[in-house]
Design a protein around this ligand. Structure first.
Ligand code: GLU
Length: 479
């Protein structure tokens, strides 16, 4: 059996967004599952769309996700160079093979002339095919005209795509496409076939936008006497409105933006893999190892998968909960509010232990924990905005807080258990429900929309701080 070799072949034209990183994840999963190699190739032949810095961004993204590649930039390998712009001689040699076989020719027309043919075909309501206008005696190719592939045997192609199933297209899908452009660079259509062949790629996995070109690729493989690899097209990821393919214009964010927003790579991988794929069970949380074990192309769904950011946040919360405290502490290092700066690691870990279950992203950490490090600003709207608390007038609110403060002040030891006992006894004493009394105390001591379990929060704030904040709240609530 040959070892499986897959590749990810991004063009350095910008960041990789969540819609296209699956084209890296799925081939990576396959090779990790089957003991093959995953190649990274940079397709930088479109000089007009080249964006400086984009390649590093792409590489950093893959590294952050843990999609390590076996060959390619930053790694090297036996099949390099891995940048198409450094492989121009190779493409020229392959082009020469086709010229020698009479299967490639110089395109003598100006772009305006080709445009004229296009318009003529449209006027006759015919699909434009360059081969209908193929020159009879093309000049020798001097590298300055485009070089075109000559389709000599237009016919129907049928192929099997493990995701999309049995596919077929008639001769109208075939044309004399450009192999090498007038600027000397190869087209994607030509270069990727040369590279996939030279690099021994066994499975080409890419987006659905390539599906209509596959017959052309098959005709070129045939002309070159090469057995084509397995050709796979992945369904699109659909924008949240459910209408079109998710693209940068619909706000598809860069994967690295999610990193900045405090999404864990584990959650991102889990999310990406489960968009359009499942293992046939109800399982939703998959670790890298489980994905590697369970992934199969055959279970990738054919219809587009809807991009659902809420699900990403939910998964991220699930992954945050699964981290050990030490691990969470390390990953949270850059997310604390400024005021946390001088606190000890031990104190920060105590805070983390309290908020861990509630965090959906690491970037929420300041909002969720600021009041453990700095005196919160009184925000009476938190009280007036609460359905239960609105029912009490300000006199009642003050009175409840006074009673609570008095009882808490009497505690000899300040532990979560004793605080809880005290809070329970306050329910009896005041006849209030926990939803009212505890919310009021919670808000009066944190002035935050959410906070962890009340007794734990007060325990960590300390007795002195708790009592001082209650006193401040009592004086702030005016009647
Ligand atoms: N360079 C192409 C792109 O970025 C890659 C397509 C492929 O995987 O072959 O869309």
């Amino acid at each position: 059996m040959t070892t499986i070799r897959t590749r990810f072949a991004p063009s350095p034209t910008g960041y990789i967004h969540v819609g296209n990183v699956r084209a890296a994840l799925f081939p990576w999963l396959l090779t990790r599952q089957q003991g093959g190699q995953f190649i990274l190739r940079i397709e930088d032949t479109d000089r007009a769309r080249f964006v400086p810095g984009a390649e590093d961004l792409i590489l950093d993204t893959l590294e952050w996700l843990g999609l390590e590649w076996d060959e390619g930039p930053r790694r090297g390998g036996e099949h390099g160079p891995y940048h198409q712009s450094e492989r121009l001689d190779i493409y020229r040699q392959w082009a020469q093979k086709l010229i020698d076989k009479g299967l490639a020719y110089a395109d003598p027309y100006t772009p305006e002339e080709v445009q004229g043919f296009r318009e003529e075909a449209r006027a006759y309501k015919k699909t434009f095919l360059y081969r209908d206008y193929r020159p009879e005696n093309p000049p020798a190719w001097d590298g300055k005209q485009p070089l075109r592939f000559k389709v000599t045997n237009p016919k129907r192609y049928t192929w099997h795509d493990p995701v999309m199933g049995e596919l077929s297209a008639g001769p109208e899908a075939l044309d004399d496409f450009i192999l090498i452009k007038a600027d000397g660079y190869p087209t994607y259509n030509f270069a990727h076939i040369v590279d996939d062949t030279e690099m021994g790629v066994t499975h080409v996995i890419r987006g659905l936008e390539y599906i209509s070109s596959i017959p052309r690729y098959l005709s070129l493989y045939e002309a070159l006497d090469i057995a084509p690899p397995v050709l796979v097209c992945l369904p699109h990821i659909i924008a949240p409105d459910g209408k079109k393919k998710l693209g940068k214009r619909d706000g598809a964010k860069s994967v690295t933006d999610y990193r900045t927003d405090g999404i864990l790579p584990e959650a991102m991988l889990n999310f990406l893999a489960s968009m359009g794929w499942n293992d046939g069970t109800e399982q939703e949380i998959f670790s890298r190892e489980e994905l590697i074990e369970k992934f199969s192309l055959e279970r990738v769904q054919r219809s587009g998968a809807r991009f659902d950011e809420k699900r990403l946040l939910w998964l991220n919360g699930q992954w945050i909960r699964r981290l050990s405290l030490d691990d969470l502490y390390e990953r949270a290092a850059n997310y604390w509010s400024k005021s946390a700066g001088s606190s000890t690691g031990a104190y920060k870990k105590q805070v983390l232990a309290l908020v861990q279950d509630r965090l959906k992203t690491l970037a929420e950490l300041p909002l969720m924990s600021r009041y453990f490090f700095e005196e919160p600003a009184v925000d009476l709207e938190l009280i007036s905005g609460s359905k239960q608390l609105r029912k009490l007038d300000s006199g009642e609110q003050r009175e409840l807080l006074q009673i609570a403060r008095g009882a808490l002040a009497e505690l000899d030891a300040w532990t979560p258990e004793l605080i809880q006992q005290c809070l329970n006894s306050l329910l009896e004493k005041t006849g209030q429900k926990p939803g009212t009394l505890f919310s009021l105390i919670r808000i009066a001591t944190t002035w935050a929309p959410f906070s962890p379990q009340l007794n734990e929060t007060l325990a960590l704030l300390g007795k002195e701080t708790t009592l001082a904040r209650l006193a401040l709240a009592i004086s702030a609530i005016k009647g």
